[in-house]
Design a binder for this molecule. Structure first.
Ligand SMILES: Nc1nc2c(c(=O)[nH]1)N[C@H]1C(S)=C(S)[C@@H](COP(=O)(O)OP(=O)(O)OC[C@H]3O[C@@H](n4cnc5c(=O)[nH]c(N)nc54)[C@H](O)[C@@H]3O)O[C@H]1N2
Ligand SMILES: Nc1nc2c(c(=O)[nH]1)N[C@H]1C(S)=C(S)[C@@H](COP(=O)(O)OP(=O)(O)OC[C@H]3O[C@@H](n4cnc5c(=O)[nH]c(N)nc54)[C@H](O)[C@@H]3O)O[C@H]1N2
Ligand code: SF4
Ligand SMILES: [Mo]
Length: 876
């Protein structure tokens, strides 16, 4: 094993679809040292802040250790007998469409394969959908319309070889940081141009040559304009177009399209078109700004049209490139884990595909029409059509649109099973049966990343308590439902072989997903399987698709689609005048059940927020650090206002990560309407309409504590710190007795107290002590509390004098919010170094403090601190 020492085990990161290889070394005490695998083709040793902090997210605290039925711990036999009986009963009494699975692109291929086989082949229902519906569905549909198959044509090598990279609706710097760094490295070498298409300024704009700040949802109009420019500029590839149908219709639509809806100037658009046209090697990376839209599939096809028309596809350095979000979003598509797919890219509605799979599985019952897609699946759970629902590895009570309605639907469903690693999630709290799953690093299997590379995840830690791997739980349930032979799986290797063999059938139908070359892989070869890109068949191994003009429609040709711009489902109006955009932050993963456990990941942005433009803030009378109340027809949220011209006037941006567990009033999907793309069924998660107003509580608070707190105020948000926890608070009824409130919040009835009240200002500062150490501290005021938060966050457990001043003594500088999560360097530390050391570049800061020298994702933030300092100097 070159690159790894003998105590290290190769595996793959469980977060984003970049699919970085990691080397794991258990410390023997339940901990794990993690570093990037220098030999993995996706990352060559690099990791981002989230990957590097993986070791800090393990541990038993909060883990679900035993099955629970109605909140009571039980054993596997009782739990799974009940699950099996309820599924069989529902199918017998109400038919197969009364049961459903809601899965996740974070499941391993082997888990997914068993789930898909169980429900489609044996329970006879196609009601299996996944969070990929919220994520990749528009890309899947767009690929199928254009290529006749769901295939990503290129590979990551194209990012190194491109001369122009367009990021359409992708904040790659934060969401696929290692790919972004790879692009920056290539840019150093060859001067790769970078264009960002995004309604807001993001970290990915830091190095961009051009940022097209278009209006939400207007991408089709922009790419249609590009297509007409390519045509008019004589840039179409007549030879390649012999392999493509539909040019005329696509052009006609494009010419009928009005680019002014993008809100971009003619000169900006013309410059973009010139750059695209004048560059042979163009990669267009696209992600959720494209997919999560009621015109998501059209957006995808508008992009594919431009690449097909110019033959810029499947060749080194060229192509449309959908980056997948989750580690196995691609694997889920391969096994057919969506309601409208079968298995191995075979089609549910194709009679011969169905018959072949049925025979292969020896399946008693196969559905012949698509099942319910995510939004409809939960509606059916809510209105009684769905009697039994099994949710695995996902948290829909937080992440589905109209999340309050989804919560109610799960509650209303007769019988809900949830498999998770913790009981402390919004969804798990609603389960009738809760099943403890083995977590990453405790289980074995495979995942496929954005460029079709299959990697192994490996177990290096024992599953705690009674936790079991998801495939194992599903197979056991299948046996208990009466299909012992079909689900007689002993190992993931056995499942993988079966999946590979089934893909051979797909290959025999002429489909692309064929890994039959691995169908006889031995247990030990599976054990040592290195990363490899599909297909893996007798005819083909890895590589790119479509340079040869061979597509998967019956006539072998690709399709260009006539696409027209449509506005998002709802437009701002007098009642709901703001457009709500949502997305991710750098250091958190979705609902934070794992990343939220690492203090240094929580230190970057410790509180949910809403970005609002200065003009809008002024109009609403919103000052920095005020709280905003957002409301929509489906819900409400309270968030901290961040006033910034990164967003356009009329737009708001809110991150997706906060939940009932971490900030109950900041669940953004309560606000998002469940409007879906008509082709893909993907919800429009980025263009809801909302009303916004300043929310005026009676008091604001900031608290730190050694232990978790139990806040009860109308607004709170809690985050991990090295020393324990920190929380932002705000309440509507005045705090009559701050000490009693603090004892309640900290659950510390006995601790000694120091208290300072300023009755003139109406503010209180108090700290609880035990054995001379600060246990907790609470600061309240009628206005947003001004204290050194990052300094205070470090105090619990220490004997700090002067805690009540709320600001650090000279010998304990306040590091400020974490900027560099890899080396745990705060903003104030960087600003001080810039000032004292006269630092002028990101590289200088790296030399002085190491900040920014590892994963690189914080370099845009460091650049901004430098700019801020230089701006100040200029003004001085
Ligand atoms: N740190 C971190 N990384 C992650 C994840 C995470 O939770 N945290 N999750 C992973 C997953 S599952 C996914 S799917 C990916 C998502 O990765 P991305 O898609 O890159 O992330 P998002 O922040 O959801 O959205 C990307 C951008 O789309 C923009 N946008 C909104 N509306 C429009 C529009 O109409 N047009 C255009 N062109 N842009 C628009 C938003 O402003 C946003 O900056 O990230 C993966 N990586
Ligand atoms: N408004 C808005 N909403 C969005 C998005 C957006 O951009 N805007 N993005 C959407 C997208 S792209 C996505 S992918 C979704 C993501 O949303 P979700 O999938 O709902 O979020 P996660 O937090 O990833 O949920 C994973 C769950 O699996 C559990 N888990 C971890 N490991 C294991 C394991 O090994 N086995 C099992 N059984 N469980 C485990 C975790 O504890 C957690 O509860 O959110 C979607 N929702
Ligand atoms: S870029 Fe970061 S989150 Fe994504 S796979 Fe690599 S280390 Fe994991
Ligand atoms: Mo996703």
């Amino acid at each position: 094993m070159p690159g790894a020492d003998c105590r290290e085990t190769r595996s793959a990161c469980p977060y984003c679809g970049t699919g970085c290889g990691v080397l794991l070394r258990p410390d023997g005490a339940g901990g794990l040292a993690v570093r990037g695998d220098p030999d993995h083709p996706a990352n060559r040793g690099r990791l981002c802040s989230k990957g590097l902090a993986l070791g800090e997210t393990l541990g038993l605290e909060g883990r679900l250790l035993a099955p629970q039925v109605n909140g009571q711990e039980t054993d596997w036999d009782s739990a799974l007998d009940l699950v099996a009986a309820r599924f069989r009963q529902a199918v017998d009494r109400h038919g197969p469409d009364s049961v459903g699975f809601y899965l996740s692109g974070q499941m391993l291929t082997e888990d997914y394969y068993v789930a898909n086989k169980l429900i489609k082949g044996f329970l006879g229902s196609a009601n299996i959908d996944t969070n990929s519906r919220l994520c990749m569905a528009s890309t899947v549909a767009g690929h199928k319309r254009a290529f006749g198959t769901d295939t990503v044509p290129g590979t990551y090598d194209d990012l190194d070889q491109a001369d122009l990279i367009v990021l359409a609706g992708s904040n790659l710097a934060w969401c696929h940081p290692v790919l972004y760094q790879r692009i920056l490295a290539a840019r150093e070498k060859r001067g790769t141009r970078l264009v960002v298409i995004d309604p807001r300024r993001t970290a990915s704009c830091d190095q961009a040559d051009m940022h097209l700040k278009l209006r939400a949802g207007s991408d089709v109009a922009l790419f249609n304009r590009l297509l007409t420019a390519l045509y008019e500029g004589g840039a179409l590839d007549a030879e390649y177009l012999q392999h493509v149908e539909g040019l005329g219709g696509a052009l006609e639509s494009a010419f009928a399209s009005d680019a002014s809806v993008t809100g971009l100037s003619d000169s900006e658009i013309a410059a973009f078109c010139r750059l695209w046209m004048g560059t042979e090697k163009v990669v267009t990376i696209f992600s959720q700004g494209v997919n999560q839209s009621t015109s998501g599939t059209d957006k995808v096809n508008a992009i594919l049209n431009c690449h097909l028309a110019t033959g810029r596809i499947g060749k080194p350095g060229c192509g449309p490139f959908s980056v997948t979000g989750q580690p196995n979003a691609m694997g889920g598509r391969e096994v057919g884990g969506l309601a409208n797919m079968l298995a191995c890219h075979m089609d549910l509605e194709n009679r011969s595909h169905r018959a072949a799979v049925q025979e292969f599985w020896g399946a008693p019952a196969m559905p012949d029409r698509p099942g319910l897609k995510a939004v409809d699946l939960f509606r059916a759970a809510g209105d009684g059509r769905l009697k039994v629902l099994w949710i695995i590895h996902t948290n829909p009570a937080v992440t589905m649109p109209e999340a309050d309605a989804v919560r109610a639907a799960i509650k209303a469903c007769d019988f809900t099973v949830v498999s998770d690693i913790t009981a402390a999630t919004d969804t798990a709290r609603l389960a009738d049966v809760l099943l403890p799953a083995a977590a990453w690093a405790e289980k074995e299997g495979t995942v496929t990343n954005s460029d079709r590379t299959i990697s192994r995840q490996r177990a290096v830690l024992p599953p705690p308590g009674q936790a079991r791997a998801d495939w194992d739980i599903l197979a056991d349930a299948g046996r208990r439902m009466g299909w012992s032979a079909a689900f007689d799986y002993q190992s993931p290797a056995q499942i993988f072989r079966e999946h590979a063999a089934l893909s051979g059938l797909a290959g025999s139908f002429g489909l692309d997903f064929d890994i039959s070359g691995l169908s006889r892989i031995s247990d030990s070869d599976y054990e040592s399987l290195g990363p490899l890109r599909w297909p893996v068949s007798r005819n083909r191994q890895g590589g790119r698709f479509f340079a040869d003009g061979q597509f998967f429609h019956p006539d072998g040709k690709a399709r260009m689609l006539p696409v027209r711009w449509r506005p998002p489902a709802s437009g701002p109006d007098r009642r709901y005048p703001f457009r709500l955009n949502t997305g991710r932050i750098r250091d958190q993963w979705h609902t934070m059940t794992r990343t939220g456990r690492a203090a240094r990941l929580s230190g970057h942005l410790a509180e949910p927020f809403a970005d609002i433009h200065p003009e809008d803030a002024q109009r609403l009378g919103v000052q920095p650090a005020d709280l905003l109340r957002l409301s929509s027809p489906s819900g409400q949220a309270i968030l901290r206002a961040r006033i910034t011209s990164d967003v356009q006037p009329g737009d708001l941006f809110v991150p997706i990560h906060w939940t009932g567990e971490t900030a109950p009033s900041a669940r953004v999907d309560t606000l998002v309407a469940a409007a879906v793309d008509p082709v893909s069924g993907q919800p429009e998660s980025k263009a809801a309409v909302v009303a916004a107003e300043r929310w005026q509580p009676a008091w604001y608070g900031f608290a730190v504590s050694c232990r978790p707190m139990a806040p009860r105020s109308e607004y709170w948000a809690m985050a991990r710190t090295e020393a324990g926890y920190r929380a932002e608070l705000a309440g509507v009824s005045p705090l009559a007795d701050p000490e009693a409130a603090a004892r309640d919040l900290f659950a510390q009835p006995e601790a000694g107290v120091q208290i300072m009240t300023d009755s003139g200002k109406g503010s209180t500062r108090l700290a609880l002590f035990q054995d001379g150490k600060v246990m907790a501290a609470l600061f309240t005021a009628p206005d947003p509390v001004a204290v050194s938060r990052d300094y205070l966050a470090g105090l619990p457990g220490t004997s700090a004098e002067g805690v009540l001043t709320g600001i650090p003594a000279a010998d304990r500088p306040d590091p400020g919010p974490v900027v560099c999560a890899c080396f745990n360097v705060g903003a104030n530390t960087i600003l001080t170094a810039i000032q004292r050391g006269g630092l002028v570049s990101v590289a200088d800061v790296g030399t002085a403090l190491h900040a920014g020298t590892n994963c690189g994702s914080c370099r845009p933030d460091i650049a901004e601190l430098l700019a801020r300092r230089q701006f100040r100097q200029a003004a001085e």
